[in-house]
Design a protein around this ligand. Sequence first.
Ligand SMILES: CCCCCCCCCCCCCC(=O)SCCNC(=O)CCNC(=O)[C@H](O)C(C)(C)COP(=O)(O)OP(=O)(O)OC[C@H]1O[C@@H](n2cnc3c(N)ncnc32)[C@H](O)[C@@H]1OP(=O)(O)O
Length: 224
Amino acid sequence: MTDSILELYVNDGLSDEEIDQQRATYGPLTGDVRELIQLALQTRVDADDVARAREHLAAAREILERDREDGPYGTRFNDSGRFRNWGNAAIGLRNAIAPIGGIHEDDDGRVWTDIHLGPVYEGPAGHVHGGVSALLLDQILGDAARISGYPGMTGTLAIRYRKRTPLGALRVEAKLDRVEGRKAFVVGHIADSEGICVEAEGIFIAPVWMVQQRDSFAEIPRPE
Ligand SMILES: CCCCCCCCCCCCCC(=O)SCCNC(=O)CCNC(=O)[C@H](O)C(C)(C)COP(=O)(O)OP(=O)(O)OC[C@H]1O[C@@H](n2cnc3c(N)ncnc32)[C@H](O)[C@@H]1OP(=O)(O)O
């Protein structure tokens, strides 16, 4: 353990059944909050109804606060090697603002996800915020590096916004291009039904602590 980030990689000793139970309990809560985020933007009910809804939300908050953690979720794992980064801003199961539901990987190392971005990800009117596109690409390019056996921190992420990205259905995909020492070069893009909107090239660098950790696992951890 040579880097303080490793203090947030914790074996919490949960059984697989307990992890499944947590998934079943907290996943739907995240889904409800996600819908609320959109409703806060779109509701047209009057002030009295908003006040009533807020009372219900306060009651829900009071229940949820009875037993809570502080600080970041970090990355947790158990003895059977199940990794959870459920707080991750792009893909975390318990993070209601995370836009990615899950990723797929093909035999050739290509990693992809189909997502639907609603109005809460808006930047230019009716279109995706450029920072959200960067978030998606950082995650999927990073996953492509990791899945290919070269996990790393984002060193550089170069993005070219080729055309506006509409809200709605999008595909994000990436593939490892090459490896030079501790650096993995990954390319990827976001596409709508008519073609590529955003292109990216990322350099993911395995810091020395990560190389040491990586070598202590039989296989590269796959967060769920
Ligand atoms: C396996 C167990 C754990 C698995 C965990 C998976 C976790 C996944 C987490 C996923 C997170 C999700 C994604 C996120 O959100 S990651 C969050 C955003 N990224 C960061 O916060 C990274 C912050 N920066 C750093 O930690 C360090 O600076 C890094 C690690 C990047 C390099 O620091 P290090 O001290 O290691 O580097 P070095 O000086 O020895 O240089 C080494 C080589 O790299 C070249 N270089 C250096 N910097 C850059 C650069 N910026 N671009 C391009 N190249 C760069 C350098 O010229 C040299 O090349 P060469 O001379 O060898 O050719």
